[in-house]
Design a protein around this ligand. Sequence first.
Ligand SMILES: O=c1[nH]c(=O)c2[nH]c(=O)[nH]c2[nH]1
Length: 287
Amino acid sequence: MAELTDAKFEIVANRYGKSKVRLLKVTRAEGRSDVHEWTVQVLLRGDFETAHTVGDNSKIVTTDTMKNTVYSLARWSSATTMEEFAEELIEHLLRRNEQVSSVRVHIEAALWKRLTVDGKEHPDTFMRGSNEVQTATVEQARAGEKKFIAGFANLQLLKTANSAFSGFQRDELTTLPETRDRVFGTAVDAKWTYSGPVEFAAMRKAAREVMLKVFADHMSESVQHTLYAMADAALEAVAEITEIELAMPNKHCLLVDLSKFGQDNPNQIFVPTDEPHGYIEARVRRK
Ligand SMILES: O=c1[nH]c(=O)c2[nH]c(=O)[nH]c2[nH]1
């Protein structure tokens, strides 16, 4: 092994693990099953410098083992939330590997909804309602508190009324007309931090629902204005949230000029566009 001993450089930080470990867990009960589709990332920090500097793998927990650990723990786990399963993984990895100083587990859940057939919930058939994913990140240093971050990503929303954008700066390069009536399309990414362990499923539901309600009811002066109102509502509704970060692209819907065809267009015919899009983000916390 070639040793890098000249000590000219030092590793500032390093971590490693397995990403995109895909798991579908079917929980079977009499006449009915439930599914969770989770994509898991496990990252370790610890005493791994010599793996980088001298090629010494003796302390390396293989990423293949991490993948196997996800499936093996899932077999007996009674966790119903991503947060609980992440805690089990962390506990297992810290207990087995003293060279590991901290573990971070990030899980994304697909939104499978039970199918309704003839007005009744089907016992074992599900439909992927949208591309929204629920997210959870749990991180624990061996000697520290657990950090819990919950959220969702790619929650696509559209409102066709109560959205305006006016009163902005103008210069010789500004062509955007002011509007008091536009279509507001976005795909919300949200992440919020809890003060400690909470009722994960109930808190997630409460935060998500209040943000949806605000998006729907808000008289929006801009994406920025609605983003802040949503963050404010989540902090107001769930006392255990200490900080929330929202990212909302402005998926512009451009009014089509139908005058060339001798037609009017009273805000009815649009081209939805993905690129380029506005991008607005903010992190809001309690004072
Ligand atoms: O809600 C908006 N915020 C902006 O900052 C902006 N900029 C822009 O061109 N359109 C919009 N819309």
